[in-house]
Design a protein around this ligand. Structure first.
Ligand SMILES: Cc1cc2nc3c(=O)[nH]c(=O)nc-3n(C[C@H](O)[C@H](O)[C@H](O)COP(=O)(O)OP(=O)(O)OC[C@H]3O[C@@H](n4cnc5c(N)ncnc54)[C@H](O)[C@@H]3O)c2cc1C
Length: 407
């Protein structure tokens, strides 16, 4: 247990850090967590704000970003452990505000971190043996190693559990992997790639730790994206890739194990959607306070204020849902249905919110130089990944009716 960090002027800092938090949900954060988030915002604003839209337009990851986030230590910083043990991990409330705050700045950057620290990290943490956890988790937590998550395939997105085509064939103490993966965020820079494939003998899904540089692995970045342009999403071709049995993720035995990794991180996407809404709100507020029409600031018009209020209501609802989900995660009562409701609800409201903001900003709202255009475009990918609206609805519907409308 580390010494308790005490924040001077906590109220003022929180009011400045989270002006959209009208329900004061951020009061649930510890002083150390607030200080960490304050430092992160300072880093983002001073180092990455200036060229953010240019990076987005040019599909490029800002140099040094992954390393800077590793140095901040969002898994390991003692500020995050002032009231908890290192083994417990950071608090779920912190994880909500971390994703919220980073997405409010830029959701591509959060996606890059999220695929490493969420789906990728949890493939090792939940799918790995004790030895694999000990070998990989410390290096992944400190960003010494980079990972991603390779499940989706060219012909199988929503139905990947049912249709997984990538094959794994056991030959003695090694496996031979063949197949293709699509949309894999950050695969081109990952050191280790958890690849999911079907065991040709048993038909069951398995997970494998594939090295980016190894023979038979070809990676190309998908060109022409209009959403989350900073994130390099990749195709991976696997041709007779050899993986030792000891590099098979030992706890992945059926699709349920992969689904657990997916739903353990789906709350993170709900938090990202809440943050993206808040980013859109901030961008819109900046605009309406400057833009004049009919001789007045457009912020003074009733119809504009009604739309701003709608955006604020959506942010407020999304934040409360996320905060409550974080509490359920913390006390162990989070489940797949909660994860789907969180993602479905916040992503749906996100689309509405960015659209309202984009409309308020008029023609300038489609120009990349104005942040709202970026949030507007990025909302579409958030709406689709980690389970589309329809697939999450089917998870909820299955729980409500007892009838599975999908496999
Ligand atoms: C930016 C981005 C990043 C991503 N990153 C990763 C990653 O890092 N790793 C990874 O493995 N994957 C990743 N994905 C893949 C993502 O998870 C899939 O896009 C998602 O699962 C949807 O699959 P799909 O795009 O193939 O759409 P499809 O599955 O083809 O769906 C198309 C439409 O049909 C609907 N639909 C499908 N089945 C049904 C049904 N039974 N009933 C009603 N409607 C249905 C869907 O809801 C959707 O509207 C990423 C995707 C994007 C866009």
């Amino acid at each position: 247990m580390t010494d308790k960090f005490v924040l001077e002027n906590r109220e003022e800092i929180l009011a400045e850090l989270y002006p959209e938090d009208v329900l004061k949900l951020s009061s649930k954060l510890t002083d150390g967590e607030v200080e960490f988030l304050r430092q992160m915002v300072e880093l983002l604003e001073t180092k990455y704000r200036k060229d953010l839209n240019k990076h987005w337009y040019n599909n490029e990851v800002p140099e040094g970003f992954f390393e800077d986030m590793g140095e901040l230590g969002y898994f390991t910083n003692p500020l995050l452990y002032q009231e908890r043990e290192l083994l417990q991990g950071t608090s779920q409330m912190f994880q909500f505000f971390f994703a919220f705050t980073l997405s409010r700045f830029d959701v591509s950057l959060n996606t890059l971190i999220g695929v490493h620290s969420g789906l990728g990290f949890n493939s090792f943490l939940l799918g790995g043996s004790k030895e694999q956890v000990e070998k990989y988790i410390p290096a992944l937590a400190t960003h010494q190693l980079r990972t991603c998550f390779a499940l989706t395939e060219p012909n199988h997105g929503s139905d990947v559990a049912w249709g997984l085509e990538t094959t794994a064939e056991r030959r003695g103490d090694k496996w031979i992997i063949n197949g293709e993966k699509r949309w894999i965020g950050g695969a081109n820079v990952a050191d280790v790639i958890p690849v999911y494939a079907r065991d040709v003998e048993t038909g069951k899904p398995r997970g494998f730790i594939v090295k980016r540089e190894q023979e038979g692995v070809e990676i190309d970045v998908i060109e022409g994206k209009t959403s989350l342009k900073i994130v390099p999403n990749c195709n991976i071709k696997l041709t007779n890739v050899e993986v030792a049995e000891e590099d098979r993720l030992q706890k992945i035995e059926r699709f349920r194990d992969i689904a657990m990794i997916l739903y353990s991180t789906r709350a993170g996407v709900a938090h990202m959607a809440a943050g993206t809404m808040a980013g859109a709100l901030q961008a819109t507020l900046r605009y309406v306070k400057e833009r004049e029409q009919f001789g007045n600031k457009i912020s003074s018009y009733q119809l504009v204020q009604e739309k701003l209020a709608m955006m604020q209501v959506n942010v407020t609802n999304a934040m409360s849902l996320s905060a409550h989900i974080a509490e359920l995660q913390e006390n162990g009562s989070y489940d797949e249905v909660v994860s789907s409701i969180g993602k479905m609800s916040n992503a749906l409201r996100l689309r509405e919110t960015v659209s309202l903001g984009r409309g308020i900003c008029g023609g300038n709202g489609i120009l990349v130089e104005n942040d709202i255009a970026r949030f507007f475009a990025d909302a579409e990918a958030v709406y689709t990944y980690e389970g589309t609206h329809e697939i999450n609805a089917l998870v909820v519907g299955r729980a409500m009716t007892g009838e599975a409308a999908f496999n």
